[in-house]
Design a protein around this ligand. Structure first.
Ligand SMILES: *[C@@H]1O[C@H](CO)[C@@H](O)[C@H](O)[C@H]1NC(C)=O
Ligand SMILES: *[C@@H]1O[C@H](CO)[C@@H](O)[C@H](O)[C@H]1NC(C)=O
Ligand SMILES: *[C@@H]1O[C@H](CO)[C@@H](O)[C@H](O)[C@H]1NC(C)=O
Length: 276
């Protein structure tokens, strides 16, 4: 289990409901903040830090043991990378979104590990990741079924002799990246999912020149022509950084594109982060 979040939803929903974040075990055996005042309808979201904590309602007579009929989250064992832990321990106000030139520089110098999510977004992402796994068994199953509507085994129709791999339109799909990185909000981050493998060099794990050429050709035809070359950049995550293994994909970022183009190319897709 990764980072987990439990929520208590007060009984009556309210139009002005607030979400109150409480960190569990972030600074030792503490809740941060350690007291809150919530209104009926507010959502209290507990984020569990490593290693194994609970939120337990107990009595003075018998502290640390769950009170009969009281709130008990059960123990939430949590592991988190040092990088993610550092990010979610930072308030959003201390996070500066990356600018478009910085984004381009990071991609061109292959420093993809420099991308990170805004702390509150990472928290939501981690919590939702956990929920998805519970509901669908794996993130991959969720993406195939709910996001792409593709059935396994994935069989590409095209990819035949002398045909460009992207020629058959049913073999690939462009969707919004579900959980945004902490970058200039004018940058639109899309993911191109493919039913076929993008060929990698077995030794280095890098894309082969042929695969690179095929992606370049697609990106020029579909994105650069419409958005201008200087507003388009693509990258493929290193294996070690990929959060979704097994369904082939690469990323495209567009600077300040025409929203109608995004709607058209994604067939009106809405990123998950805006739906949940
Ligand atoms: C409740 O929290 C506020 C700030 O979050 C703090 O100033 C106050 O002392 C706390 N009250 C108690 C009783 O701990
Ligand atoms: C978490 O801690 C509780 C209480 O000490 C323990 O019973 C439980 O086995 C622990 N869970 C894991 C997965 O280590
Ligand atoms: C999301 O869940 C998958 C497992 O379904 C896991 O491999 C991945 O590391 C998780 N991502 C994060 C950032 O926790």
């Amino acid at each position: 289990m990764q980072f987990t979040v439990s929520s208590i939803l007060a009984l009556a929903a309210s139009a002005t409901a607030a979400t109150i974040q409480v960190a569990v075990g972030q600074n030792g055996l503490t809740y941060t903040p350690n007291n809150i005042t919530a209104s009926v309808g507010d959502l209290i979201q507990f984020s569990f830090f490593p290693k194994n904590h609970s939120v337990t309602q107990s009595s003075f007579a018998d502290p640390c043991h769950p009170l009969a009929g009281g709130f008990f989250s059960t123990f939430q064992k949590t592991t988190l990378s040092q990088k993610d832990l550092a990010i979610i321990s930072t308030p959003d106000s201390q996070y500066t979104p990356l600018t478009w030139p910085t984004v381009q520089h990071i991609i061109r110098t292959n420093r993809l590990d420099a991308f990170q999510r805004q702390p509150s977004e990472l928290r939501r992402y981690l919590a939702y990741n956990h929920t998805l796994k519970k509901l669908h068994g794996s993130i991959m199953a969720f993406i195939l079924k709910e996001r792409l509507g593709w059935e396994e085994p994935l069989v590409a129709k095209g990819n035949g002799e002398g045909k460009g791999v992207f020629e058959e339109e049913s073999d690939w799909k462009v969707l919004w990246n579900d959980w945004p990185y902490g970058i200039d909000p004018r940058v639109v981050h899309l993911v191109v999912w493919t039913k076929f493998e993008l060929e990698e060099d077995a030794g280095t794990g890098d894309l082969t020149n042929r695969a690179r050429g095929e992606i370049e050709e697609l990106v020029s035809r579909v994105f650069r022509e419409r958005c201008g070359g200087e507003n388009v950049i693509w990258f493929k995550n290193w294996k070690s950084l990929k959060s979704v293994h097994a369904v082939e994909h690469f990323h495209v970022m567009l600077y300040d594109p025409d929203p109608s183009f995004i709607k058209e190319i994604t067939h009106g897709d809405i990123p998950l982060s805006q739906k949940v």
